[in-house]
Ligand binder design. Structure first.
Ligand SMILES: Nc1ncnc2c1ncn2[C@@H]1O[C@H](COP(=O)(O)OP(=O)(O)O)[C@@H](O)[C@H]1O
Ligand SMILES: [Mg+2]
Length: 305
């Protein structure tokens, strides 16, 4: 058995003129918490659909847990959480789990035990008998995730699982995923939220226009950032002017002014000069982050200088 849970080799998929996936290759190690980060239309869902055998690529191949994928055959050890919530509104939470459990081949006592276990995990035990119709967005998302957990997956594929949820549900989804990761489940987590990828993922791949633009741990990716550390001044709402500093490029956007140093000791120099300015609400040093890399790689940074 190889140490890789998922292997994607040179996968391409076109829809007419659109290259939804353009020679994508990536490897996800067993036990990894892997983030696939990309804006809307990047190709994330297309890759997910290829991974669960719902869509045949034009070229390339995919292996999950050492077996190549046949169309329409999701291995039992793989749980899939689709981007669009797939639940029956008129059925209760429990009935939904029963139905999807049976589709995955679970029956009898085993199914009942799993359903109770999953309801508890997703915090819906006391709403088990309620129809999904009346559920909040967060409850539906949690149940959508619960469906994927019925079969005790060793690999979990999640497509934007926190879209439209309240902060409480988001936090509980994060905790659940962290705990599954702690138990050795391999997770592929698709998102367009930088902060989610930064917070959760041990490995992050940046995808845009169907191409992988960078892969690595957060620390590795951050070393690729070209923007240096800079100073951000947040003006008080009653201050009209910000100080122009000699030899430093500044960029204003609303109450925010960014001073980008041109030399190593420039940072300290800027901070010293700003110390005398009284119109500041606060002054902070901004370090390279995932968003900067994302904007650099996808080429959409504002170049006002
Ligand atoms: N079934 C389809 N038919 C035509 N175009 C599609 C189809 N599915 C996806 N696309 C296009 O492929 C690109 C990638 O889409 P998608 O994988 O859904 O992106 P993401 O999930 O990252 O938002 C988009 O331009 C989208 O419009
Ligand atoms: Mg999508």
């Amino acid at each position: 058995m190889s140490a890789n849970a998922v292997e994607v080799r040179n996968v391409s998929k076109r829809f007419g003129e659109v290259h939804a996936l353009n020679e994508v290759s990536l490897t996800i190690k067993q036990g990894d918490f892997f983030g696939l980060l990309g804006p809307n239309g990047a190709g994330k869902t297309t890759l997910m659909r290829v991974l669960c055998g719902l869509l045949a690529p034009d070229q390339g191949d995919v292996r999950i847990l050492d077996s190549s994928l046949e169309r329409w055959q999701i291995p039992f050890a793989v749980g899939v959480v689709p981007q669009d919530i797939a639940l029956y509104d008129m059925l209760s939470a429990r009935k939904n789990l029963e139905l999807f459990g049976k589709l995955r081949g679970l029956t009898g006592k085993k199914l009942e035990t799993r359903i109770d276990f999953v309801l508890d995990l997703i915090g819906l035990s006391d709403r088990a008998k309620s129809r999904v119709k009346g559920f909040s967005g967060g409850m539906k998302r949690r149940l959508n995730l619960g469906v994927a957990l019925l079969a005790e997956p060793r690999v979990l594929l999640l497509d934007e699982p926190t879209v439209g949820v309240d902060p409480q549900s988001r936090a509980s989804i994060f905790e659940l995923l962290e705990s599954l990761h702690g138990q050795g489940v391999t997770i592929l987590y698709t998102t367009h939220y930088m902060e989610e990828a930064e917070r959760l993922c041990r490995t992050i791949a940046i995808l845009d226009h169907g191409k992988i633009l960078g892969v690595g741990s957060l620390e590795e990716l951050i070393t690729m950032v070209k923007t240096p550390r800079f100073v951000r001044l947040i003006l008080r709402s009653d201050s009209e002017k910000f100080p122009a500093l000699a030899g430093v490029a500044s960029k204003q956007s609303g109450l925010r002014v960014d001073y980008v140093p041109t030399s190593q000791d420039g940072l300290a120099e800027i901070l010293t000069q700003l110390a005398d300015f009284h119109g500041a609400q606060r002054v902070e040093v901004v370090s390279p982050n995932l968003e900067m890399l994302f904007l650099e790689l996808t080429g959409r940074e504002l170049r006002d200088a």
